[in-house]
Design a protein around this ligand. Sequence first.
Ligand SMILES: [Zn+2]
Length: 364
Amino acid sequence: MTGSSARPDGRLNVRARRPAKLVVAFGLLAALSAALWVAPPAGAQEGVGHAEAVGDGPPGVVHLTFDDGPDQLFTPVLLDVLDRHGVRATFFPLGRNLERRWGSDEIQDLLNRGHALGNHSIHHRQLTKEHPWRVAADLDEASALLASLSGFRPGCYRAPYGDRNATVDEVAGSLGLVHVAWTADPQEWRNPWVPVVVDYLVGERHDGSVVLLHDRKWLSLHIVEEVVPRFLADGWRFDVVPDCRPPGEREARMATRTPGDVPVGRIEAIVEVSDELSRGVAVVGWAYDADRPDGGLVVRAALDGDRVVDVATTGPDHGFAVTIEGAVTLPLCLWAVNAGTVRHDSSLGCHRPGPVPDWQPPAG
Ligand SMILES: [Zn+2]
């Protein structure tokens, strides 16, 4: 089940490892956290939906997207599969499925793990065949539903069947929604042979490419299991679609919590640190529990396979920054320990180090 406190399977490592040591570092960490807490502009990256360069060029970022969920069985399994590989994706759940199947805890769990959300309408109608007021009503209702569960209205949408025109875009734009198209569609509803899908996706990958999949299909799980390790081994990375991260997400999500609720949070950056004296990973993020309104929430990590250690405590602004020194099992899995009175610790997902994010030192 999603959000359980059970640790993912740590890779058993017979080799003895140097114990990890926790050091709160300044310098890089301070710079990282300053940059990240100033909230980089959403959509700063270009390239999503622009498919000029097709083909297998130098490694870049690929965006996995999953439409039409949530599914009671496949979506939670998919979230665990993505965590096991330490990759992030963007979900376009269908309003009518969401209404019946998921509440705020499930949506916050998806966001806690670092994934992003977009609007895929309530009814999955072909929007170009609808009167503009019906398009507006459908998309607006879906955004309101997502906001009721997540705390914020989505910044992106995907038209059902990708079917849109200038009128649909104008209506969506008036609701603050940027369209997210795809550059590769394996058509898993045709039940293709998975090796053929892998070859196809390798041939279509380029920096900023967007892969369309569906978390209501079991074959999507199989495709992810094959494609993700292959891409990672070739040096490719996976990240959410930048347009689907609206500003103010953190505060809006925090506002959904009341005392007794499970915590919310997110890992903002994880960076490999290596010099002559030490090596490890620097982690910057935030976590919030309404039972600890002044901070002091414990963040826990799985180190060296099955060893679980408290690595950080949130500050008064609910942020944390820590360098975990030593041999760190990757992907690194973290939790916000439930300071509330009931239920489980919140998974903050499992993560691979990425590049140092771009940032500007604060002026003055
Ligand atoms: Zn769809």
